[in-house]
Design a protein around this ligand. Structure first.
Ligand code: BG6
Length: 296
């Protein structure tokens, strides 16, 4: 269903038979809502989110491309999250027949203006799918269409803001004992000790070469989010906590309690694409009652 969102920005609503839904803004190709069959919101979206270019929407799933973080002259997290994407007129075919899936194909291509800040031609195709069980799947296909024979490099992240009841009661499983870069300590490398990860202060870490499955357990709501990823070796975990939250204009002072970013990402080793080559990166999310998860 194609409709208009905040400030008249075009958005697409995906619906699943049992009542699950997802909303995708063409601005940033950003998923801003994902609801389960009870109509409960599973993604965090700030009450102060600004739906106006050039600001990326605060919450949901912004896409960081062609760069995660800050480096050189490119803006933080790249420009894909604040560009107007189009519905893809020529989407890639589904490999298998999938009559029960609701999906939308979006595309972003190089523009002359962007070529000034990132001198490459590319086609970025994103498919957002709401599966029959309400799973939210995102597949990115990025192709180098340079005509000058030059390869390009990029880093990437699905900057997913999960909605949680109380951050102090949240546990993340699947990242324990891994190496990480600490963005609060100048990207110094450390090794995570001990058990599952819990939260009591600001955190901004990129876990390296993680397992493909990560669980985010919201104890208070008895809900477990499962994040599965492919083509994206790393996982960023971010919560600004109280002090940083106050410094972010489009983020409520207390909203840090109700969100956690866990991001399927590729940050440590940039991806290199030669002309004609395509890269694929996938993130799949599901939300299940915690008691249904074996061993948790
Ligand atoms: C995280 C980064 O992924 O995103 C943080 O690791 C950053 O350093 C955060 O502050 C939010 O970024 P932005 O640009 O959306 O405010």
């Amino acid at each position: 269903e194609h409709t208009k969102g905040v400030n008249g920005l075009p958005k697409v609503i995906l619906r699943e038979v049992r009542g699950c839904s997802a909303e995708v803004y063409l601005y940033g190709a950003q998923v801003t809502s994902w609801k389960n069959e009870h109509g409960e919101e599973l993604l965090f979206l700030s009450s102060k989110a600004i739906f106006k270019p050039p600001k990326a929407i605060r919450g949901g799933i912004p896409i960081c491309f062609p760069q995660f973080g800050i480096q050189g002259s490119l803006e933080q997290h790249g420009f894909a999250r604040n560009r107007h994407w189009m519905v893809d007129p020529d989407p890639p075919p589904f490999l298998t027949c999938s009559p029960n899936k609701a999906f939308i194909d979006l595309i972003l291509k190089h523009s002359e203006e962007d070529a000034k800040i990132w001198p490459h031609r590319y086609e970025f195709r994103l498919r957002v799918t709401l599966g029959p069980g309400g799973d939210l799947m995102m597949t990115s296909r990025i192709r180098n269409t340079n005509t000058d024979g030059k390869p390009f490099m990029f880093t990437f992240s699905y900057h997913t803001y999960f909605a949680v009841t109380d951050i102090s009661e949240v546990r993340v499983e699947g990242l324990e004992t891994l190496d990480y870069l600490d963005y609060l300590k100048n990207k110094e490398r450390f090794t995570e000790q001990g058990d599952a990860i819990t939260f009591e202060a600001e955190v901004d870490k990129a876990y390296l070469s993680t397992p493909t499955k990560i669980a985010i357990i919201d104890h208070e709501r008895k809900r477990t989010y499962e994040l599965r990823k492919d083509g994206l070796p790393d996982a960023v975990v971010w919560n600004p906590w109280d002090k940083k939250a106050k410094a972010i204009p489009d983020f409520g002072d207390n909203e840090y309690k109700h969100m956690l970013c866990v991001e399927a990402a590729c940050v440590e080793k940039p991806i290199t694409l030669k002309p004609g080559e395509e890269w694929r990166g996938r993130q799949e999310l599901s939300a299940v009652p915690s008691s249904y998860c074996s061993g948790q």
